[in-house]
Write a protein that binds this ligand. Sequence first.
Ligand code: AHG
Ligand code: MN
Ligand code: MN
Length: 323
Amino acid sequence: MQRLTQFLKQKETPAELIELINLLMAACKEIDHKLREGALAGILGATEQENVQGETQKKLDVVANDILKLTLRESQLVRGIASEEEPDPVAAHPEGRFLVTFDPLDGSSNIDINVSVGTIFSILQAPEGSRGDDHAAFLQAGRKQVAAGYVLYGPSCLLVLTTGDGVNMFTLGHNGEFYVTREQVQIPATTQEFAINMSNQRFWDAPVKRYIADLLQGEEGPREKRYNMRWIASMVAEVHRILTRGGIFMYPWDARAPEKPGKLRLMYEGNPMSMLVEQAGGRSTNTQIDIMDVPPKAIHERVSVALGSKEEVEVLMQYHREE
Ligand code: AHG
Ligand code: MN
Ligand code: MN
């Protein structure tokens, strides 16, 4: 089996990008190690602090953020970082080629119950002459991403990565090396599985209500097939299921916070997951346009998300056009 570095070299990935991915993996292995130890490492439970998103930070949100920040700031390759858990971008090396954005710990509500969580990352080119702590430098549409991926801390620890040439999956071995275990992943174009937090039903807009109501009618409804449902509350785990066997995942706008476009964040969740999904032949939209075409206006901007099996996502988009 081939190791991550060997695999990337063989695909002619630029050496600096390989170095950065390895650095990210060094940080993620440390996070994985903390998670494996759980209560023994004192990482369960919440802190007293709120992050810039107005959410109470879990201990591991802070630990994971610090591990990634400290690791990346050391690197000559990184000009700056932006994190879901940091109010502002943090400068690293003034000559660094790359900017990195990340959700250090996705699915925080699952930490204490020992259910899968993840780290999501996105790599951008640092604009010429920009500073690593300048918000504007990061405001690049998802299409500009150089690479994107996530690490899923589940029963196995997996890296799922795209550098713009398809999606590949790597499994962490006991020896601390990631080995390629699935190449050129493709999401089936059709599906009979959806994922949405049904408890928000009364807050959705009309097209989402109508779409889900039609799915729930099964064989007797307009879609003429029976759908299954899943909700893990870790986007990483949901996207991983979709990359593995298809499906549609939605976190749409809802009327609980009408001024926000959605709950999930464009730069740390929407864009990197959209690059993976599109690179695997799926579709990812804010229900109107592809998420990667949304021009970001702020680093912590939110976005409505629907992604997964191409034909199913396009049906949902059609419900929005008909409204
Ligand atoms: P985070 O833990 O980084 O704040 O992200 C959690 C996100 C996402 O992973 C998940 O799909 C969703 O929030 C779950 O939200 P609900 O608890 O509203 O279902
Ligand atoms: Mn998240
Ligand atoms: Mn998070």
